[in-house]
Design a protein around this ligand. Sequence first.
Ligand code: ZDP
Length: 284
Amino acid sequence: MGLPFSKYHGLGNDFILLDNRHQSSPVLTPAQAIDLCDRNFGIGADGVIFALPGSQGADYTMRIFNSDGSEPEMCGNGIRCMAKYLEDLAMTANSPVPQSFTIHTLAGPIVPTLQPNGQITVDMGEPHLLAKEIPTTLTVDNNQVIDQVLTVADQGYQVTCVSMGNPHCITFVDDADSVPLTQIGPLFEHHTVFPERTNTEFIQVVRPDYLKMLVWERGAGATLACGTGACASVVAAVLNGKSDRKATVELPGGLLQIEWSVVDNHIYMTGPAVLVFSGEVCVS
Ligand code: ZDP
């Protein structure tokens, strides 16, 4: 009756990982995922990740439910956790441990590679910039949203929108610590110009190779880190002439290394993933 699970975190962005390799649909409903993510009545997490059988040529498939039960297309910290989880499952089963695999997601194939030092580098694919790809109705002539005004609670913000498969709205600020995140975050998330809602990042450019980021996540609120958000923020900073293509992003939970390759236009994200505990949970 207990459902085996493992809990991992990537810089404090925490996930419940489920071994779903025996069937192609998630073993939990969104409502059950909401219950397990509850920090008082459940295990506590920002989301639930299902490690599913591969499809479309990939070794595995990842699906994720946010703590509010919604399903994002992609999850950067989560996919590092899934790579570590797959390594741990292989070690437990005395199977060969692959260093790299292809994981099918709703944002396309994503390729994590386990590094000898324990860090995980993920080929996150290419960023998407067209307004309809974000999606946002904050349209401009060239159909990209770069340094455009968005009015939130009667205040104008200069925003840049980037999709990493999931939507991100980035604002550059002088001082990340003074952003009233819990007040304005939800207003960005639910703004009418974002039909699929949005993740929201506030970025302080400390140096061209070092950004400080605060995030309000769609469906999860203020989290300690967001991998796709860090990737989107470096893209936004490059597009606005504010950073190098290779930069460290400081999040409340720690550091991510991000590189937007000139060679293949892909984003490479490097960071940790850590097992916290495993157990069995009652599911009703
Ligand atoms: O797009 C969304 O709804 C996000 N909340 C998904 C989770 C993103 C994540 N924090 C990340 O690291 O990319 C897991």
